[in-house]
Design a protein around this ligand. Structure first.
Ligand code: HEC
Length: 179
């Protein structure tokens, strides 16, 4: 159910950049109805499918930050958040970065670059930098210092919930040291 929801959300997020599928009329399309839309999809589609087929505990958390958290951030950090909820929602929901276990500037630097280089990611270098600045500042604020205990409790709840909902994927991520 969650996967279907995520898929629907991601489709909505990407609908502007992707051409509508051609109406099915040719006998060729009818012969392979399931494969036809995939074959016609742009390269980015496969990264999105990969993102949606392989959930993370992060995905079970909220897709936005509370207004009171955002209000305490300087304008440039807030700008990075506003970009993230659009640019980082092209393949998965913003929940994935917002509830991520990643909690420092260096790790985010690597991951923003990794995401930016994925086929189908529409994002300029300047936008990626502003998003990275947000992720670094937000991690320092929400995941360390006074916020650390609340953050750890939140992550533990997500992982416990995930274990129940996606037991196989949980074991896979655990084996890969990615929980
Ligand atoms: C083109 C599709 C696409 C876009 C755009 C995208 N992602 Fe991803 N994301 C993926 C895929 C696929 C995965 C699955 C793991 C992988 O391939 O790294 C993923 C996984 C992740 C993870 C989980 C990694 C882990 O091991 O815990 C995080 C965090 C993440 N993305 C953050 C972001 C951020 C931040 C942005 C925006 C800067 C972004 N993503 C934009 C496709 C995308």
């Amino acid at each position: 159910m969650k996967i279907i929801l995520l898929a629907a959300l991601a489709l909505v997020a990407c609908s502007k950049s992707e051409p509508a599928p051609a109406p099915v009329e040719a006998p060729k399309a009818a012969a392979a109805p399931a494969a036809a839309p995939e074959a016609a999809a742009p390269a980015g589609q496969s990264e999105k499918e990969k993102a949606l087929a392989n959930p993370y505990p992060n995905d079970l958390g909220p897709a936005t930050l509370p207004e009171e958290t955002l209000a305490a951030y300087p304008a440039d950090v807030r700008k990075g958040y506003d970009l993230l909820v659009v640019k980082c929602a092209q393949c998965h929901t913003p929940s994935r970065p917002l509830n991520s276990r990643f909690d420092d500037a260096d790790t985010w630097n690597r991951y923003v670059k990794r995401m930016m280089n994925k086929p189908g990611c529409v994002m300029t270098k300047a936008e990626a930098k502003v998003i990275w600045q947000f992720l670094s500042a937000d991690s320092a604020k929400r995941k360390h210092g006074a916020g650390e205990a609340a953050w750890k409790a939140h992550r533990e709840r997500l992982v416990a919930d995930f274990k129940v909902k996606f037991p196989k994927r949980y074991e896979e991520l655990k084996a890969a040291d990615d929980l």
